[in-house]
Design a binder for this molecule. Structure first.
Ligand SMILES: [Zn+2]
Length: 177
């Protein structure tokens, strides 16, 4: 099944479910935020109808995903593995106008417009980007803190070369201008 072009309305009405693995490299927008594009993201999605208040049943879609991508350590700029976990439930509506209207009426509901050629994998990439930790840092980072004067006492330790490398990458003192 091509998960990049599904009739999301019919798929949800049928109570469908799907799962798979996506190469991080196959998600360029996500990969551009990572220190490396190696690895995979495991995902699953399921749809169901939820009876609302009187009107038509709401089309619900849950997407879950997990990966362990490499981010750049905020301290030493070297790669560090981070936990990426997605667990979102969205309501699918007919079009953008309906989505905007519902978003105004009930802002606590996450709502998106569906399509008969809905790219489920693009949605998963969007959600993965949203779930990406804003900062990652080695639990025991060997390098001295770049912005933390309290760490000055370890500046001459064995990790000095790492700090120099980080400084170089930032175009800092001694770096290529
Ligand atoms: Zn680090």
């Amino acid at each position: 099944m091509d998960h990049r072009a599904i009739d999301i309305f019919g798929w949800i009405r049928a109570g469908s479910a799907a799962r798979g693995d996506l190469q991080l490299a196959a998600m360029p927008r996500l990969a551009s935020l990572l220190a490396a594009d190696t690895g995979t993201l495991a995902w699953e999605a399921r749809g169901w109808l939820e009876q609302g208040h009187g009107g038509d049943a709401a089309l619900m879609l849950q997407v879950r995903a997990s990966a362990r991508p490499m981010l750049s350590c905020s301290n030493c700029l070297e790669p560090v593995a981070a936990d990426l976990v997605v667990d979102r439930t969205l309501r699918i509506v007919a079009d953008e106008a309906s989505a905007a209207r519902l978003d105004e009426q009930e802002p606590e509901i996450d709502v998106i417009a569906g399509s008969r050629r809905f790219d489920l994998l693009e949605l998963i990439e969007d959600e993965a980007i949203l779930a990406l930790p804003p900062l990652a840092r080695h639990a025991q980072c060997a390098a001295p803190g770049q912005w933390d004067d309290a760490d000055d006492d370890v500046a001459n330790g064995p990790s000095g070369s790492l700090a120099a490398l980080a400084s170089l990458r930032k175009g800092g003192p001694g770096g290529v201008q």
